[in-house]
Write a protein that binds this ligand. Sequence first.
Ligand code: XLS
Ligand code: MG
Length: 369
Amino acid sequence: ADVGRLSNEISGKGLDVARKKSSKPMQGKYRFSFGPWNIHEGADPFGPSVRPAVAFEQKLEAYKRLGYDFVQFHDDDAVPNLDDKTPAEIERDALALRRRLDDLGLTAEFVAPRLWEHPNTIDGAFTANDPAARQYAHDRARKALDIAAALGVDLIVLWLAREGTAQREAKDAVRAVDLLVDAVNRMLAHSPAARIAIEPKPNEPMDLAYVPTIGHAVALGYKTVDPARVGVLVESAHAILAGLDPADEMAFGLAYDKLWSVHLNDQNGLKYDQDKSFGSVDLRRAFNIVDVLVRHDYGVNGEVVGLDVKAMRTQPHEIAMKHLSNSKEIFERLVQVSATIDRQEWQSYVDAMDYEGLELFILRALLNT
Ligand code: XLS
Ligand code: MG
């Protein structure tokens, strides 16, 4: 954040919601992404698939139709069965995918190593007690970096799914931090142009995770050899599962210039990770997310608005992509609310410390009345 902007903001009384918007080119124009896993067959831990699988190619063809230009990839979404392939085969497949994306007018947003499905990662990847498991994780992370390079994308997302404990006394939590820093350092060394965005989540699949919040993720980045290349991705549902407000988590990342991607979705309380459509549980919470992104120029440096949403299991095949178009529509409508809301009136409630008045003002804006 630049110093001029900050001193302007803090010199005024209160939070200065009336701050003049910058005239940077990206303002109001957002680019959207989702991952192939966001179109899925509806299996959950208690029941099998309920919809036919959509072929990868058909998923790619759906992007533009749904209004999306960017694709988020796990390493094996991009190159299936990569553990059985040689480096040359991995590169060949990734380059072929890149050509296909080009043909469709699509761009990869990021590649994320899938560090949670292989038998070697049962008890963690980088923080597993078994050195062979840790070695698998390092090798797998390098494959993801190589795929990203072949796809022409410099952003790696690191969701540290199993870096935590199923049983509290099973691992040394201080050593776990050292192991995670070492893992990120190795990745930074392997790909000197790559940037790594850590996506925190407090639980699931583990009982307790070592990097549960954005504060942890930012701090971890500063312990690496090149903090400038380590940032964060905030997923709204993950913040909610940590008992935190997603907009404030994003604000923390923005304040450190570390918010390099977002996963917007919604979550109905403290339970399993739901990945519900954006805004579907709490529209005001969604507005506050959009508003903090809009006011702090998210997107100006090329950041993409990522959705990590899942269709309800009840949704039949023919209409099982609505969660993607709906989530984007709600984001765009909330951008409109943010752009047109009366900032002077907002500020007047802040100045008068009339927070009941402010409450009604925000609710009316959301009800458009
Ligand atoms: C799971 C995560 C995952 C990441 C990408 O909870 O949200 O989908 O976003 O690895
Ligand atoms: Mg996510």
